[in-house]
Design a protein around this ligand. Structure first.
Ligand code: ADP
Ligand code: MG
Length: 369
């Protein structure tokens, strides 16, 4: 069984610098780094004014930049075929997350020159581990290193705008927040009602957090995410509240409407985040695991964003001694996480590999958070 290695900063910056020189013929003058993440719990809550608890990975994306004499942008990545070259306002596809950040920072009033950008990464792409925000935030950090300090809140707004307005993915802000503000190995309790961010210690004794990248096809911008988001707004309106954060679990007992299961997920998920944060603070790891599994069931049955590959990963991990397991990220593919004793990692991963092989699914990949 192979675990994807985070590699070292030096190694990735060197790879990006070599690419910048070979593909674009320029020498980098500044670099930036941003982490991928797993969300421990609190899914589809960020855009509902709710709570989530993402953990920054040691796996990260690195960007290097060189200043140009004009206002154009060129961008290359070790993981993307072809280069972007042109006006960053026209960036789309993968360039939305790189060149698009230059556009967004200018929209925010920051004076950013034209740049050449090269990117290297150890974050699996499209795996629900937020490679998109790791990319946009690594570029933002590199640009901040180039032009001088930029207010972190401006960097946050710009990277969210790049993802919304250039990539067309209306994500809720969790990914960019953790990519820009969390240190690797640290979890952040994010409250999207009051904007607070509270660092939370994450040090389960003798336990590992295994990330299973299902490698099932996954595209957040394919409309499913946007549909759920719109349906949540409909639910909030029908319930007479600004966001689903303001709904009491008790109020749902008498509520009815096609949106009820969606609302029930969001409302119960916010409670689970609070209980989970409490459980890990007091070292109740069995309780924390059980909450992860309940979160998965709610995402599968009420929010309907799981898939067979995710359910199989979760069920297999639980059958092999995981304290808890759940899908993480937006869903429809992507990754699952399992909290399990260190000495069960190998056997669990082998069992997931075997289960996928039996069903002729793509081979999953693994890493440790
Ligand atoms: P996730 O964020 O879960 O990995 P998304 O669908 O949100 O999945 O983002 C994946 C997209 O982000 C890719 O299709 C690509 O456009 C872009 N991307 C992410 N990392 C890189 C990278 N290192 N190089 C080029 N493009 C990347
Ligand atoms: Mg993403």
């Amino acid at each position: 069984m192979h675990l994807i290695d985070p590699g070292s900063a030096g190694e990735h910056v060197q790879r990006a610098a070599t690419l910048l020189q070979s593909a674009l013929g320029t020498v980098p003058v500044a670099a930036g780094r941003a982490s991928g993440r797993v969300n421990l719990i609190g899914e589809h809550t960020d855009y509902n004014g709710g709570l989530c608890l993402p953990l920054a990975l040691r796996h990260a994306t690195y960007a290097v930049v060189a200043r140009r004499r004009d206002h154009l942008v060129r961008a290359v990545s070790t993981l993307a075929p072809g280069a972007f070259a042109g006006d960053p306002a026209k960036a789309s596809g993968w360039a939305a997350y790189s060149a698009g950040v230059v556009w967004a920072l200018r929209e925010e009033g920051v004076d950013v020159p034209g740049v050449d950008i090269a990117v290297a990464s150890s974050v699996p792409v499209g795996a629900g581990l937020s490679s998109s925000a790791a990319l946009s935030c690594a570029v933002a950090m590199a640009l901040a290193a180039l032009v001088g300090p930029i207010d972190p809140e401006v960097l946050l707004r710009a990277t969210i705008r790049a993802e919304h307005e250039r990539a067309g993915a209306p994500t809720g802000g969790m990914d960019q927040t953790v990519a820009l503000l969390a240190t690797p190995g640290e979890a952040l309790l994010l409250d999207f009602a009051d904007g607070s961010r509270t660092p939370v210690g994450w040090a389960p004794p003798d336990l590992a957090l295994l990330v299973i990248d299902t490698c099932a096809p996954h595209e957040l911008s394919d409309g499913q995410y946007a549909t759920r988001r719109a349906d949540c707004e409909t639910a909030a309106k029908a319930l007479g509240v600004g966001t689903l954060r303001d709904v009491d679990e008790a109020d749902l007992v008498t509520a009815h409407g096609p949106w009820l299961p969606l609302a029930r997920h969001v409302v119960t998920e916010n409670r689970r985040v609070e209980e989970f944060a409490q459980a890990i603070a007091t070292g109740e790891w069995a309780e924390a695991g059980a909450l992860m599994t309940s979160s998965h069931e709610s995402l599968r049955d009420d929010f309907a964003v799981s898939c067979e590959q995710l359910d199989t990963a979760v069920d297999t991990a639980l059958a092999h001694g995981a304290l808890g397991a759940r899908m993480t990220g937006g869903g429809f593919g992507g990754s699952a996480i399992a909290l399990l004793p260190h000495d069960r990692v190998e056997e669990t991963a082998e069992a997931v590999l075997a289960a996928y092989e039996r069903r002729h699914w793509r081979k999953p990949r693994f890493l440790l958070a």
